[in-house]
Design a protein around this ligand. Structure first.
Ligand SMILES: Cc1cc2nc3c(=O)[nH]c(=O)nc-3n(C[C@H](O)[C@H](O)[C@H](O)COP(=O)(O)OP(=O)(O)OC[C@H]3O[C@@H](n4cnc5c(N)ncnc54)[C@H](O)[C@@H]3O)c2cc1C
Length: 391
């Protein structure tokens, strides 16, 4: 049996859920197709930071600022549903060279309108009383915020359903309906769905979905662990706190293991410790040495953590593109196919802006942000071999 919709969204993670929300808000008939339960992918294996602090001036920072604007504007009435918190981010360093780098980055970001305060070592304790006294300097970003990613995706899907969207879980897309080069629907494990547009929001698996349509989109897995401590007294850690070297790790394309401490407290008292980055395909091995290294680095930032017990850990696969930019927009190689993927370690924060901008392009509404730097065809067809090899 074939059913019809204006838009099919493949994937019910944070990005697909946001696309469903904004497409249904624009009056489109939406059908979300997810091979697992809702939030089955990386959006349930991450942290929920909405960061401007870790982004260099350029298209990703522009998108992060736009996304923040959408979260704090149009989506503000729902903020409590997904525990939106204006937490603020504190980037710290223990070396004079690190302090110079922090100051230089802050200067560049300030020029683009980001709010950032330079913090001298002696004042760091006012922000974080339990921070190691070995820290020499810091930069404070009041705009850095946080959400609970699974609640975000689940509520966006629920709100879309209230506007008539259909969400089919346990339904895998295994092909596309075509008219010549054009895509006009999907073939799923539960039948075909006709649609004028199909949005590929399949996260780390979006390269494989793109291949089903005969186009190359090089989304690769970049694995990361998170540790969760037992509950500590409330507000032991007040902000998102991370070492300046984290930014270099985010921007690096190395395959080998990288870890740098990223620490944040939660209302429940538990402390989340990230984060590792390694390109090991979809290897699901749990690595104690990686987790031990993360714990040691976190305790160097906050000595109080040395005596905290780790209650649980988890890992996920970030959807990574070789140029560290997401893939957002229409695919001219397969008219009717759109992509919203490849957000690497920032897909929760970038979800709202990505979806709002993509739906504007889809419906011909005025563009609030230039999607050209995120064009799906920018890699050509060469990278498909790397994607297939690594994934
Ligand atoms: C350790 C770690 C920490 C992170 N911390 C942060 C953070 O603090 N802030 C932040 O913004 N981001 C963070 N991220 C990144 C963030 O998790 C991702 O960028 C984001 O979750 C991607 O969302 P998505 O909706 O694109 O993908 P996903 O959530 O993976 O959703 C894709 C969905 O597509 C489905 N799917 C795949 N193939 C098919 C198919 N053929 N048919 C049907 N369905 C299909 C999958 O089952 C999945 O549910 C972190 C990631 C990791 C690993």
């Amino acid at each position: 049996m074939t059913i019809g919709a204006d838009v099919v969204v493949i994937g019910a993670g944070a990005v697909g859920a946001a696309c469903a929300y904004f497409a249904s808000a624009a009056g489109l008939r939406v059908h979300v197709v997810e091979r697992g339960p809702i939030v089955a992918g990386t959006s349930s294996a991450c942290e929920g930071n909405l960061l401007v602090s870790d982004k260099e001036a350029g298209p990703e920072l522009d998108l992060a600022r736009y996304s923040r604007e959408v979260f704090t504007g149009e989506l503000a009435p729902f903020a409590r549903l997904w525990e939106f918190e204006h937490k603020g981010g504190l980037v710290v360093t223990r070396t004079p060279r690190g302090a110079e780098a922090l100051t230089a980055r802050a200067r560049e970001q300030r020029e683009t309108g980001i709010e950032v305060t330079d913090v001298v070592g002696a004042d760091l304790a006012d922000y974080e009383p339990h921070l190691s006294p070995a820290m020499l300097a810091g930069a404070y970003y009041p705009e850095d915020s946080q959400v609970q990613p699974m609640l975000l995706a689940a509520h966006l899907l629920r709100l879309a359903r209230e506007r008539g969207a259909i969400v089919s879980t346990h339904t895998e897309v295994h092909g596309f309906r075509r008219r010549g080069d054009a895509v006009n629907g999907v073939r799923t494990s539960r039948g075909d769905i006709d649609a004028a547009a199909v949005i590929n929001a399949a996260g780390t698996w979006a390269g494989r979905v793109a291949e089903l349509a005969g186009v190359a989109v090089p989304v690769l897995p970049r694995k990361g662990f998170v540790l969760v401590t037992e509950p500590l007294p409330p507000r032991t850690i007040r902000h998102k706190v991370y070492d300046g070297e984290y930014v270099a790790n985010v921007l690096s394309s190395e395959e080998g293991l990288q870890t740098s401490p990223v620490v944040e407290g939660t209302d429940a008292g538990t402390v989340l410790i990230g984060s590792s980055r390694e390109r090991v395909g979809f290897d699901r091995t749990v690595s104690l040495p990686v987790m031990a290294r993360m714990a040691t680095q976190a305790a160097a930032l906050f000595p109080r953590l040395a005596s905290a017990r780790i209650m649980r850990s988890y890992f996920g696969f970030r959807p990574y593109c070789p140029d560290h930019l997401p893939v957002i927009g229409a695919d001219p190689r397969a008219p009717g196919l759109w992509h919203a993927t490849g957000h690497e370690g920032a897909g929760i924060g970038l979800s709202a802006g990505t979806a709002k901008a993509l739906v504007a392009a889809l419906t011909g509404a005025p563009a609030a942000i230039d999607l050209t730097p995120f064009a799906p065809e920018r890699f050509g067809d060469n990278v498909i071999r790397e994607a297939a090899h690594v994934g």
